[in-house]
Design a protein around this ligand. Structure first.
Ligand code: NAD
Length: 284
């Protein structure tokens, strides 16, 4: 990627579309909170907002983008098709609802939120392929600039690799102690950008003494360390906060470099907590 200088510096996706290297997460944020928090994020300098139909805040996010006064082309918007809408026709319909809620006529990135998995569906591969066919069609029509998946493990990804358009992004849970190495390697080999959801372990990383000690040695917070660690591993972090000071704090990650030795220490940390959600066993 280009120099890691600002939140607007970009990774380049396999189709050459640029994606700002720091995203702003919006899970568990209702419309009203999303409106104010996303506006603060945009004022702070984030240009990449991650939402989903399942978050039920696309309307607030869309309003924030409008009220920010920024040109639509200057904001990278991601949304996701939720599990109830998997399948071809249902995905096309869900996409139209998402566009309308976001008050836009295109998306920068659209993701399959969770794979249909074998423990719930005998025909899981076909369901994912049908969903993907709809995404591909929308991509080819120009209504989406890039398409991808989320929470896909290598076996879910493999089932999509013989299609006309390959996934460009896989958004997975990724933080110290949860590095999903097999999935990340598969993505690297197939030119799929990995995005980190829960880069702070949904807050769980922030009280870890080892991370705290390393962060302190750089004069940084543990949140900043986790965000920078993602970036130095070539993974795009999507930290979330609705508190103005933290929204800002999470962008001050471009003025320091984690040493190779500390990267290794963090990369080798054992599991220290996470969401516990395995795409192969979740019941939603
Ligand atoms: P996160 O790791 O970003 O952690 C968020 C928590 O950390 C919040 O409680 C917040 O208050 C706290 N926090 C943030 N910055 C802080 C700071 N500087 N100091 C102290 N505390 C701080 O967790 P997340 O929200 O679950 O994940 C980030 C984003 O990833 C989501 O908002 C969403 O956009 C996306 N996501 C996607 C999926 C998926 O299935 N694709 C699942 C979960 C989240």
């Amino acid at each position: 990627m280009s120099d890691l200088l600002t939140p607007q510096s970009a990774f380049t996706l396999s189709n050459d579309y640029k994606i700002p290297c720091l995203g702003y997460g919006t899970w568990r944020t209702d419309d009203r909170t999303a409106l104010s928090a996303v506006k603060i994020a945009l004022e702070t300098g984030y240009r990449h907002i991650d939402t989903a139909a399942g978050y039920k805040n696309e309307s607030g996010v869309g309003e924030a983008v409008k009220e920010s006064g920024l040109a639509r082309a200057d904001v990278f918007l991601t949304s996701k098709v939720f599990n109830d809408d998997r399948g071809y026709r249902t995905t096309l319909n869900a996409f139209e609802k998402t566009l309308s809620a976001l008050k836009t006529d295109y998306l920068d990135l659209y993701l399959i939120h969770w794979p249909a998995s074998a423990h719930r569906f005998d025909n899981w591969e076909q369901i994912n392929l049908d969903t993907w066919r709809a995404m591909t069609e929308l991509y080819k029509s120009g209504k989406i600039k890039a398409i991808g998946v989320s929470n896909f493990k290598p076996h879910h990804l493999k089932a999509l690799m013989n299609t006309e358009i390959k996934p460009m992004v896989n958004q997975i849970e990724y933080h110290p102690g949860q590095t999903q190495e097999e999935t990340v390697s598969f993505c690297r080999e197939n030119n799929i950008l990995v995005e980190a959801w829960g880069p702070l372990g949904q807050g769980r990383m922030l009280s870890n003494p080892v991370l705290g000690e390393i962060a302190e040695s750089y004069g940084k917070s543990t949140a900043q360390l986790c965000i920078k660690w993602c970036l130095q591993n070539g993974v795009l972090p999507l930290p979330k906060s609705v508190t103005e000071s933290r929204i800002k704090e999470n962008t001050y990650v471009f003025d320091f470099e984690i040493s190779e030795e500390d990267m290794k220490r963090i990369n080798e940390m054992p599991y220290i907590g996470g969401s516990g959600n395995d795409p192969d066993t979740v019941n939603f």
